[in-house]
Design a protein. Sequence first.
Length: 412
Amino acid sequence: MIMDCEKYTGQCACGRVHTLETRKVVVAEKELENFEAYMEELGLTGRRTVVYDQITWKLTEGQHVKADQNIILDPNGLRAEDVQIEKMMEELDHPEVIVAVGAGTIMDFGRYPAYKLGIPFVAIPTLASSDGFTANICSAIINGQKKSTPMCAPVLVVADLDIIKGAPQRLVSSGINDILAKYISLTDWRISKLVADEYYCDMVANLAEHALKLMRDAADKYADTGVADHEAMTMAQMESGLTMQLLDHSRAASGAEHLMAHLVEMHPPRFEKAEGIHGECVGVGTFQCIREYHKLAARKPKAKPFTPLTEEWVLEKFGERLAPGVMKENEKDVLGTFDSQNIVDHWDEIKAMLDALPSVEEMEDLYKRCGCKYLPEHIGIDPALADEMLDISAAIRNRNTLVRMKRVLDFT
Ligand SMILES: [Zn+2]
Ligand SMILES: [Zn+2]
């Protein structure tokens, strides 16, 4: 599959002009053989540094792409962190293009220097278990803080399925989770458009929906046969990542469910033992949201006036270390920017969206058969915290989700 990125760019019916740094995404077997042709086609002909770690160097043995300089990093203790990346940058021998061969960490070792040097970046993913490859976001630790930082996206992505199909089951399952999250993220975005008049783009939402459909079909097949359709799964990740570039934020790809991954990374009190890879945490968030959203759909709320989060609550849930950051994030609470009565007035439409979500039983069955993590105890969270964890995680990011909107609704 070759994705023609151009068709998504330009003036859009939503009123914006969408742009993409990514010009071509190729997902197919034996594609590394054609790598030079794609580089040439896109005019990426300058001096080239290719970054690997020892694992991806070995994994691609016999297929290493041409390079003026190869950098092969020691995977031991390797972390996507500005200090480490800048140390590697001292070795760079005047590249005009940087190619990164690997998964998330190595991508940041290519993306960050390319961004700093203002040169193009090319990605050769060796795994496709998340949608970060085609996003214009870097998830490296910068100034000691782990957060998504806007950065460049790859001009070209060449995903060779002969390499990607070697992914272990855990990462396949995690990748499924990251895309099934769009059941919730798209619902949150659509509800917010309805009640808070948030910017919304049909074209981008449809692209995210398409990624979801590709992954859902592949997950059903995987559940039935145990055979992973890596082409469809990888393409779903690539499409999801592109939505972030098109919007310049992650709205289409990440809603209330993704905040569970942030919660796990932050380790607030009572969540100290939480641990899981990105997709796994997101899967737990998605399943809990599916549960919650069906429950809410069965009731009719009344509007409550907006009140800001109290310092007391934030301190209790997040502890002294994290509370100041959470308070700051909520300074301009999105819930205070629209009338909560709007939610009640649109409840029939919202209910229809929630009713259209897959049922709890359907999701649980699919998760089980795909080997996905989906319950709090799967990622080291006490099941007794299940009812609370969504409300806590909703405070991490000032984004309008149905979970956050519960604060201005009375369901009794
Ligand atoms: Zn648009
Ligand atoms: Zn994700």
